[in-house]
Design a binder for this molecule. Sequence first.
Ligand code: C5P
Length: 405
Amino acid sequence: MLGGKSILLGISGGIAAYKSAELVRALRAEGCGVQAVMTRAATRFITPLTLASLTGKKVITDLFSDASDEDTLHSAIAHIDAAQQSDLLLVAPATADILAKFALGLADDFLSTAHLAFEGPLVLAPAMNTVMWDHPATRYNLMALRARGARIVEPSVGELACGTVGAGRLADPELIVESVREALRCSADLQGECVLITAGPTREALDPVRYISNRSSGRMGFALADAAARRGARVIVVAGPVSLPTPNGCQRVDVEDAQQMHDAVMDRLPEATIIVMAAAVADYRPVSAASRKLKKRDGLPLVELEETPDILKAVARRKGNRLLIGFAAETDDLESNARRKLESKGCDWVVANPVGGATGFESDVNQGLLLSATGEAVRVEPMKKARMAARILDVTARARTRTAA
Ligand code: C5P
């Protein structure tokens, strides 16, 4: 499946560096070309000769390599060449140090410089001591990298070289290859699309500690983001406050209230070709939020509400030939309410879900009815949100391909 792809494999300096030899064999067995780049520290754990023998290419170990050497990427801008000639940048093992460098955008050796010059998918397989893995600095760097779309192949739990037992062992080569395969999205029907997704609830502040919100967990939107990324789309998730990890390969923009969600969506709209509004945006917000915590002793507060911006309607006005999919959570008259929403909001499809039962909000399962502006209706039986996400993309994106053809 990976035949013909070229992987730029960064090896940073941890004890797990020796395992990169096995990883190279696994990648070569899949048919991809591998150009190894080792940090200075990595060369202390495994020799460049081992990796050169396995990759069949001279290993890059230095930002300033010997320009007389013909069989390597040896120009003064070799990091740019390496970046342009590769389909994917994989770093395995990725030490805490290289994660920090990537997160900050430092460029003081070949690998970190090539990272900045690379525009394709990035897969990181970290390996380190458990305490380093759990350190807030490492967590923070991982969060930043994930938010930029990096895929992280989580280390496994086991006995570490330092003698402790915990998370930090380099993931098995098969898992890393699997992630590479996913990142390269070999069966990518949404390749070339940019999917902008809203997810989760919004919070409309009453005072510095209280807010108006709803029961949305964000799971449906995140499942859609994950499914779209797996199918090759570039994905931007604009997320209200949810406690969900960013799906691999997706960019995430965190927002709190409807106005921020509106602004973030409008900001990213020009890039999008498919827009999925799965967020449960609060319909009303307090006209003004108190600057100090409302006190009980001051008596019942009188809260005046106003409408929040309708993001879906605003997008519909500027949609052009983008595919626009809205959601309709309904407690009654599912079909007629959803059809009304489809028309009033101006979208191409509405995904109508019954809420209030065992499916929908706060649940792992969802069901619904997909209605299109051209009169199609597709029922989706109760199923896990991940499967439902795939169904929604099947139906709506297939219809789009048909229209385009
Ligand atoms: O009007 P209602 O909230 O039921 O519409 C649901 C659809 O509209 C969802 O797709 C939701 O994301 C979107 N919506 C929005 N902005 C709002 C309210 C809803 O984008 N202020």
